[in-house]
Design a protein around this ligand. Sequence first.
Ligand code: AGP
Length: 600
Amino acid sequence: MCGIVGCILKNREVAPVLVEATGKLEYRGYDSVGIATVDNEGIHIKKDAGKIKEVDKKLNVSNLPGNTGIGHVRWATHGVPNQVNAHPHNDCDNNIAIVHNGIIENYGDIKISLEKEGHTFKSDTDTEVIAHLLEKFMGKGKNLEEAMKETLKIIEGSYAIAAICKSNPHQIVATRKESPLIVGVEGDESYIASDIPAILKYTKNIIYIDDYELVVLDKEGVAIKDLKGNIIEKKIDVIDWTEDMAEKEGYDFFTIKEINEEPTTAKNTLKEKTEVEKVVSSIGDIDRICFVACGTSYHASLVGKYLIEGLIGIHTDVLLASEFKHSVKTLTKNTLCIFISQSGETADTIKALKLANEFSKTLSIVNVLGSTIARESDHTIYTLAGPEIGVAATKSYISQLISIYLFAAYLAKDKDGFSGFNRIMDSLESLPDFIEEILSKEDQIIEIAKKYKDVFNFVFIGRGLSFPTAMEGSLKLKEISYIHSEGYAAGELKHGPLALIEDGIPVVVVIPEDEDHGKSLNNLKEVKSRGADIIAIVSRRDTVVQSESDETICLNEKIDPIISPLTYIVPLQLLAYHISLARGLDPDKPKNLAKCVTVE
Ligand code: AGP
């Protein structure tokens, strides 16, 4: 949902660095892009609809002069994606330029009153009011930092903002509320950004900025202040992500690179065992668990419900973060709310977490170190999947699931002794090899993708632990191939969706050899007899299902069904990826979507 970046460099031009950094932020938004630099001549802006490569080629953005600048990638909220609405935005006289991630909720009223005062607006965005408010306060003799403080008293909503001005060409002033912002420092050079991958090439020394902190970057370095002007001493974290981790490394797309990283990711997440054990033992008494998340993280949460209720018998709910507030009255101090998020910056999830903090215990399972969700929960488990750039969550889903399995296993050990614990731990140990084996089936999956690339509808079904897998397989497909698809609990088909089944419609049946196998087989036969093409994700020794299916992707029979969500999803990720490619699409950057959803 938009990304911002900025830097002040010593004796070198910022534009090429900002071009590269905005490219790294494209996973946050890619409908338009722009860069502003400042030097003794004034503010220079180049921006347009499109991705940075196209816009740089067209406008030679890399050629902008100056050692100080800011950049932006946009995911449109207010105003269509075009040149005028692209950031940076400026004031009436082009003395100020700003970039913004978030939404200014009261922009309508502010705009009307600024227009009455004589300000002329160029764009349809909510953001432009910030530039004009800064202009208004600087017109009254305030410097950029003071003008920003005045502006913050007026604007409502969510924001990460960075601003530059002609009167001080060696300064960037930035701030945040409910949208992410980090600072990077490397010798005499300093950076701000929405996220680490944007500046990973230039520094690993990161400072996480909190709401209502003001960051002033200038030739002297970085100062972080509260809104009264007091200096805040912040810790510098040295992060261990490498630049390669945020590169494609020979793969055509991040999505396939990240799917192929799943065995390594699994090993890394498993190394967090001891940390998870510590978290479980520090939580204290709980009588209810409530998972809260969005999208893929919501599907991981559903697996958590089946595991925890099945193994331990603790009542567990799964709530969509955007709907969470309606359940707040049910929370008690013995409820543990678990927030699952790859980015740690999803606005819906942050909002829900802040509410839950008032009434219950909170734990987050998060990928991005130091992110808002990680910092604002009572306890945090990091999934250690490394940077995930493809908009579709793949390796992060596997790592979220592993963290949930570890959590459930240690909880089971605490409450009910060792039987559930040993079964999960033993199965998880063999997971990287099982995933490796599934990845070797890619050629077969490419052929299935070619066969079904032009259909209009897909259906995914599964029971028990395979129901979330069906939902997640369906989400992956619709997200990156734009084919309509639905994921259902197989038992629900007869209550309505069966009416959709007709000749040739592909139905993906997720059918491990678990306690629900017999009933799932019945459902498979029901859709088959109504003309569906069956694509079965099935155990290698399950010849019955194989003989009933049009296509089969066979998985190792030694996979314990308890870890089927961690394995049966992998072929579905590959299927979605290859259907996307076969349809000539860019799986990394699906239309209308962004990796990190920082608006509600
Ligand atoms: C998954 O492929 C999606 N891109 C999306 O559903 C995502 O999982 C959701 O927006 C939640 O993001 P988070 O895990 O970063 O909070």
